[in-house]
Design a protein around this ligand. Structure first.
Ligand SMILES: Cc1cc2nc3c(=O)[nH]c(=O)nc-3n(C[C@H](O)[C@H](O)[C@H](O)COP(=O)(O)OP(=O)(O)OC[C@H]3O[C@@H](n4cnc5c(N)ncnc54)[C@H](O)[C@@H]3O)c2cc1C
Length: 373
């Protein structure tokens, strides 16, 4: 994925805020900071944006996440995306989430009055989607507000918004270390030094290794590998259909152009940047499909890829000031909902950065880095 605003030829040497990582953590943070009139530089080690999790995900805009508080945040994220003019980038197909009665009870309870959802029996579901007749499930909930985002366009919207207000995006610019000074820091990059006041760690799966390179305490994020596949799309699976997610069978799928995008919901611990498919990726795919939607098991597999989701120890994002280093701020651990929460977390990061470390008491906050120290 490339951006017309990349300027790899000239290195910016001064900035107020240096945001490291051009994904769904870093770009929205830059978007909202520049909107507030701040001078930012975004530093990306790759030659293009969206080379890792942010450009290689399933593109669901989903409300249910790791924690009840994520639901409120996803609702707010949807509102912010609409405010930014990103509504045309969201295809509101709804989602059909399958699971045990206990899980369904929990979802309905979490949704409360905040999010519309409809509980459906097996009979109701098969009546609407006859191709699920041989699937292994008892019931599901339908969430009408869920949908599918145009990932490339959304990343570009954040880049254009930030760069249009003066941010500079430097690609091929890996950050490798730091020197602390009286009034800020000097970041060492593969392309030279950049002096800045505040450094924002938005490096996804690399968040712990970057923190180590910057010195001082490290929050232990775990990168977990997941594999996605494209199959030839059968005519019965349509773009107007919701996305289908089997929580007990650990698989999801949706129509994607001429293809079906299928995710086998693995969580394979690995090292940052390991995007190699497992040896048994096709067997994993076939066996999961046999369980939940046997009709798809016979569709031709066209392509597959692996990427990483990165989790903090409690699996919730980390958005806030580093407790020890006054110049460091974290936007990391976006886990499996980073696309959906991109706008709300970017806005929150920007608000917390603008409030300043001294004026902000986020010690009890559930997203604060302080919870790990
Ligand atoms: C298979 C898969 C499916 C997913 N599906 C969904 C979904 O359907 N819906 C949803 O909401 N979320 C989904 N997610 C999660 C979502 O994609 C992530 O939460 C989100 O993209 C993380 O964004 P990020 O900016 O933190 O990380 P990244 O996108 O990895 O960005 C971090 C960037 O930092 C750069 N970087 C690292 N170290 C350095 C350095 N030292 N110097 C400079 N640059 C550096 C990297 O090159 C990278 O571009 C999925 C993730 C995966 C892997």
């Amino acid at each position: 994925m490339s951006s017309k605003l990349e300027n790899p030829s000239r290195l910016v040497t001064e900035a107020e805020y240096a945001i490291i990582g051009a994904g769904f953590a870093g770009l929205p943070t830059a978007y909202f900071l520049t909107k507030a009139g701040k001078r930012c530089v975004i530093l990306e080690q790759e030659s293009k944006i969206g080379q890792h999790a942010s450009g290689r995900n399933a593109a669901f805009f989903r409300h249910f996440g790791e924690d009840v508080r994520m639901l409120t945040m996803a609702i707010e994220s949807g509102r912010l995306l609409e405010e930014m003019g990103a509504k045309p980038l969201l295809r509101t197909t709804g989602s059909l989430l399958f699971g045990s009665p206990q899980r369904m009870d929990r979802f309905v309870k979490i949704a409360g009055n905040a999010l519309e959802c409809e509980r459906l029996s097996r009979g109701d579901i098969v009546k609407r989607f006859s191709f699920l007749e041989r699937g292994n499930f008892h019931e599901a909930i339908f969430v009408p507000a869920d949908g599918v985002l145009n990932i490339k366009a959304l990343l570009q919207l954040f880049v254009d918004g930030a760069c249009g207000k003066g941010a500079k995006l430097m690609t091929d610019c890996q950050v490798v270390g730091v020197e602390e000074g009286m009034h800020g820091v000097s970041l060492k990059t593969k392309r030279g030094k950049i002096n800045c006041r505040i450094v924002i760690n938005a490096t996804g799966a690399w968040s712990s290794s970057l923190a180590k390179a910057l010195g001082g305490p490290v929050i232990p994020f775990t990168p977990l590998k997941r594999q996605l596949h494209k199959l030839r799309r059968p005519a019965w699976l349509q773009h107007s259909h919701p996305f289908f997610w089997h929580f007990e069978d650990h698989i999801y799928f949706r129509a994607d152009g001429n293809y079906v995008l299928v995710g086998v919901c693995e969580e394979i611990p690995t090292t940052p940047g390991d995007e190699v498919l497992t040896k048994d990726y096709l067997e994993r795919l076939k066996s999961r499909l046999q369980e939940c939607c046997p009709q798809l098991a016979t569709c031709k597999q066209v392509s597959s890829w692996a990427c990483q989701r990165s989790f903090s120890p409690d699996r919730l994002p980390v958005v806030g000031w580093d407790p020890k280093r006054s110049w460091l701020f974290w936007v990391s651990g976006l886990g499996g909902q980073g696309v959906s929460l991109s706008a709300v977390l970017g806005k929150l990061a920007s608000d917390r950065l603008l409030a300043g470390k001294d004026k902000l008491d986020d010690g009890d906050d559930f997203l604060s880095p302080a919870r790990f120290t």
